[in-house]
Design a protein around this ligand. Structure first.
Ligand SMILES: *[C@@H]1O[C@H](CO)[C@@H](O)[C@H](O)[C@H]1NC(C)=O
Ligand SMILES: *[C@@H]1O[C@H](CO)[C@@H](O)[C@H](O)[C@H]1NC(C)=O
Ligand SMILES: *[C@@H]1O[C@H](CO)[C@@H](O)[C@H](O)[C@H]1NC(C)=O
Ligand SMILES: *[C@@H]1O[C@H](CO)[C@@H](O)[C@H](O)[C@H]1NC(C)=O
Length: 494
């Protein structure tokens, strides 16, 4: 999910498929960004190891015995034969404020002690990673009755121990007892709190301290993931200790550069028959994608472009949309537990399941009116204009960087990723080529020095929702890619 802050980068919830809604919100968003322009707006723009951060000690709370308390005995509606451990609960990240972040942790069913630890983050800003857990890569999907679960046979927990984090406070079940904490969230606060969360979580689950650690996520997590990795590396350097054993990141349909991503979005719309020549031309004539000093003609053109999309799912232009929200959560449309059928009304189903008090209790969550995303756009304090300097830093510091992309997403499309990567001007080590799954092209990949670009054919914005097997293969090569050439070209479905 992406609700980006730059001009043209419109609040966009997956369920809101009406382009008119987007267009109206666009104008408000553009206005808010204008009013927040200031030189100190981008705390991520300077990256220099010689600068020292102010030394605020990391809060570490007592964690002993909490893991056992966090163990989930059973989720309502879960199927028989669950053969893995799952945990969830809160980790306090600021005791004075009473701020705590909610997590859900899924251990790999087999041999978990030899598998990496993977943190998954959804984007927004302001969206819950539980939507990744329950509709994308987690061990369960929710049936259309919104009451029962079925196993996701392509769960990423088959190959890794997967941690889902709701951040910042105010998102999902995460909260703060100091309500002013909700007033000015931003990239920096999110990274800092997520870091404190991780340090404390690893005290709660100390057996994972030595595991290889990867961070992955999609959409606006194209900010969260690299920024958190950067924060970890900086702190590892400061303490001269591998406090967190980070090895790499993977970001999907990720918003990593305002200019490139915006340009890539409009080019995708035109090249996929969603916009007219005239509208496309006028956007490129009147808009300045670098900053928001664009003319009203630009805003009019952008509004027109959104309008021309019509009623489609901008996150997967070929997918059906949810036509009847009222009828959704009933037994009348049973999906019968098929991982290959992604219910277009997933958002209603997810909200209904996670709003159930028995479900919240089983998750050890405080009674909450849970929602997929929190509206943060007008108050988001800082949003880096470009994440490319951080990606460069990660590469230079030996981190593996994967950029993956579902190629039917029109919100943060493959063109956006390509334009952004092109700005980095990295040498190509392996030319663009198809990768295969069961004798068929699963997508394409291109290996740059320090960065792998990989597409997932036929997948939308939330890649594992639409192409669970291809997404699984994609991630499967992540933790084991010591040799960049050793792609498993004929992976058997498990
Ligand atoms: C928030 O306040 C409640 C009620 O006083 C308390 O039970 C809870 O522990 C507080 N949360 C944190 C993180 O301190
Ligand atoms: C935004 O964040 C910066 C850096 O954390 C902070 O100095 C500033 O006060 C924040 N602004 C607001 C309006 O909260
Ligand atoms: C915005 O971008 C244009 C074109 O790149 C540039 O001339 C102008 O100075 C920029 N404005 C601000 C406020 O950065
Ligand atoms: C699900 O199963 C029920 C009962 O077997 C059947 O009536 C219904 O058509 C099935 N739905 C789908 C979407 O396959």
């Amino acid at each position: 999910m992406i609700k980006v802050l730059a001009a043209f980068c419109v609040l966009a919830l997956s369920g809101l498929t009406n382009a008119d809604t987007h267009a109206r919100k666009l104008y408000n968003l553009v206005k808010t960004k204008h009013s927040r322009e200031s030189p100190e707006f981008d705390p991520w723009s300077v990256i220099d190891d010689s600068t020292t951060d102010e030394d605020s000690p990391i809060f570490i709370g007592p964690q002993e015995g909490l893991a056992e308390l966090d163990k989930i005995s059973e989720l309502p509606g879960q199927p028989e034969g669950v053969d893995f451990n799952q945990y969830s609960g809160y980790v306090t990240v600021n005791q004075d404020a009473g701020r705590a972040l909610f997590y859900y942790f899924v251990e790999s069913p087999k041999d978990s002690s030899n598998k990496p630890l993977v943190l998954w983050l959804n984007g927004g800003p302001g969206c819950s990673s539980l939507f990744g857990a329950m509709t994308e890569l987690g061990p369960f999907r929710i049936n259309s009755d919104a009451k029962t679960l079925f196993r996701n046979k392509y769960a990423w927990s088959n190959v890794a121990n997967v941690l889902f984090l709701e951040c910042p406070a105010g998102v999902g079940f995460s909260y703060s007892n100091t309500t002013s904490d909700y007033d000015h969230p931003g990239d920096k606060k999110t990274a800092d709190d997520s870091y404190i969360f991780l340090i404390n979580w690893l005290e709660r689950f100390p057996q994972y301290k030595t595991h290889d650690f990867y961070i992955t996520g999609e959409s606006y997590a194209g900010h969260y993931v690299p920024q958190l990795a950067y924060t970890i590396l900086r702190n590892n350097k400061k303490t001269k200790e591998n406090v967190i054993n980070i090895k790499g990141i993977a970001i999907g349909n990720a918003w990593i550069d305002d200019e490139a991503c915006t340009r890539g979005m409009f080019d995708y719309w035109w090249s996929h028959a969603l916009n007219s020549d005239e509208t496309h031309d006028s956007i490129f004539k009147y808009c300045n994608f670098v900053n928001d000093s664009s003319s009203s003609k630009c805003h009019d053109s952008a509004r027109k472009a959104w309008g021309e999309l019509g009623k489609i799912n901008v996150y997967n232009i070929y997918a059906p949309i949810c036509l009847n929200h009222e009828e959704t959560v009933s037994n009348s449309r049973s999906s019968n537990g098929s991982i290959d059928f992604f219910d277009p009304c997933w958002e209603d189903i997810l909200v209904s399941y996670l709003s159930d008090s028995a479900v919240q209790k089983a998750f050890h969550a405080r009674p909450t009116s849970w929602d997929v995303c929190r509206e943060y756009i007008p108050i988001w304090n800082d949003s880096a204009v470009s994440i490319l300097p951080i990606l460069k830093y990660l590469i230079e510091n030996g981190q593996r960087v994967w950029v993956f992309s579902g190629d039917t997403d029109a919100r943060v499309p493959i063109t956006s990723s390509r334009y952004a990567i092109n700005i980095m001007n990295l040498p190509i080590e392996k030319a663009w080529q198809p990768w295969y799954l069961n004798e068929e092209v699963g997508g394409y990949l291109e290996e740059y020095k320090g960065l792998l670009l990989i597409t997932i054919r036929g997948a939308g914005h939330s890649v594992p929702s639409f192409q669970p097997l291809r997404a699984f293969v994609d991630v499967y090569i992540v933790p084991s890619r010591d040799n960049p050439c050793s792609l498993p070209l004929h992976v058997k479905p498990i």
